[in-house]
Each structure stands twice: as C-alpha cells, then as structure tokens.
Write a protein of this length. Structure first.
Length: 244
C-alpha cells in the first residue's frame, strides 16, 4: 500500500499568496498501514490549520488549488517550520517526513538565475539567486529539516519520478514508463492532477507511492477512500516502507 504525500501548504502557481515554492508535503513513513497513514496525515493537517490561524489569522487558512493552506508569507523556511511544529504538536515526530515540489521552472529567469519573488513584478531583485545559490538553499533545507531527497540515472540528480497518468498520454504508455523505471531501480510516485474529477482510477492502477494533495476536497478524498477500500478488501497487504 502507498505512502501518501499530503500537499498541505500551497504556494507558487497553485496559490495567490507570496510563497514562491509550490508544494510542501508530509509523508507518514512511520505508519503501519494506509489507514493509519491517512489518519496521521489528517491529524497533522488539522493541527497545522490551528497553528496557522493562531499565527496569521483566519484568512491565512484559505486553501490553494491543491487543498493545502496558503498563508500569505514569502519565506519558504517559515513554511517548513510550520510543518515541523504541526508534526510535533500531533506527536508524530520521527514518523512523518517532509517532501517538497519546488517547481523551480516557475521562477526560472532567461539568464539562468531564479527569482524567489517572481509573483511581485517588477521587484528589486533582492531575492534572485544563482543556480548554485539555489542548490545551497536546498542543502540547508535538507540539513535542517527531515526532507526526503534522491539521486538520476544520467545526471545523478534523482532516483524517482512522478507519474501523472492524464499527462503522459495513455494507460499503456504509463505502464511502460513504470516498467522502464523499475528496470533501472527508480521509484515511482503516482499523482493526481490539479482540477481533476472524483474519478479514482489511479488508485487501482498503481498501489504504490501516491501524491494526492491535502485531505481536503472530494476529488482528492475519493482517491484516499478508494485506497482504504483496497486495503480492507485485500486484507494482508504490506504498507510501503521508505528507506532513508
């Protein structure tokens, strides 16, 4: 059964706030079943709402396109601290890891640099970073927070990919790319798409890592509920174990 990746804080093009990095996720790697993982994720999500409300006010609890909260702050590190506080308050320290989908292409400039204030135009350029500086920022995040990272076949940059079935073309092509990836030792995460329907086919297609945004909204919960049914119907089915 999959380790769900709950996208609980939204930024970038998915939210109307000042946050430039797009997705801040929690992964219940310490759960023993999908049902427990869903429970853990939901608890942290609601604890996070309380923390955000207390710190920024009720308006900050509005959600972005992926159902995650979208507080109007610009500091990406501040969002990671919020996640750590929520995980700790929910008493899941060590059992939940943090994931990020930065979507750096959204703030990539033609000169090869990255603008971490791209939502405000024009700006003074104070938040523009070189590629190396952005990599150094990632390294600081990984050092200070329990963020999962990985290494690619050719560039040694990653060891997994995110499969979006409705984006790749056909189910046949999706199956083939999964087979090709497994052949070289890559991990696969299946993800839903922003703005899609309640159709839960992807839960049946790939009982593995799944990225389904926050536990908010019927189009997302439909996938979670389908996975709960699969786990209950199959019975003795192993929950995925992620190795650090």
């Amino acid at each position: 059964m999959p380790v769900p990746a709950f996208n609980v804080i939204n930024g970038g093009s998915h939210a109307g706030n000042n946050l430039d990095m797009q997705e801040f996720m929690i992964l219940p790697v310490g759960a023993t079943s999908f049902a427990e993982a869903l429970c853990m994720g939901s608890e942290v999500y609601h604890v996070l709402k309380g923390i955000i409300k207390a710190k920024y006010g009720q308006d900050a609890c509005n959600v972005g396109d992926e159902g995650g909260f979208a507080p109007n702050v610009q500091d990406n590190r501040e969002e990671l601290v919020l996640l750590m506080d929520a995980i700790e308050e929910a008493v899941y320290t060590g059992k939940i890891k943090i994931g990020m989908d930065v979507a750096a292409s959204e703030f990539f400039l033609k000169d090869g640099r990255y603008d971490l204030n791209f939502k405000k135009q024009p700006n003074d350029g104070a938040h523009v970073l070189s590629a190396q500086s952005l990599c150094d920022l990632y390294k600081d995040f990984v050092k200070d927070f329990p963020i999962r990272i990985a290494e690619a076949i050719n560039k040694k940059a990653c060891n997994a990919f995110l499969l979006k079935v409705n984006q790749i073309g056909t189910v046949t092509e999706s199956i083939q790319v999964v087979l090709d990836s497994k052949a070289v030792g890559w991990g696969i995460m299946v993800g839903h798409r922003c703005g899609e329907t309640e159709d839960n086919f992807i839960a049946d297609l790939f009982v593995g890592l799944i990225k389904t945004a926050a536990p908010c909204g019927s189009e997302r919960l439909a996938k979670h509920n389908k996975l709960l049914c699969i786990e209950e119907e199959v019975g003795n089915i192993r929950y995925a174990v992620i190795k650090n």
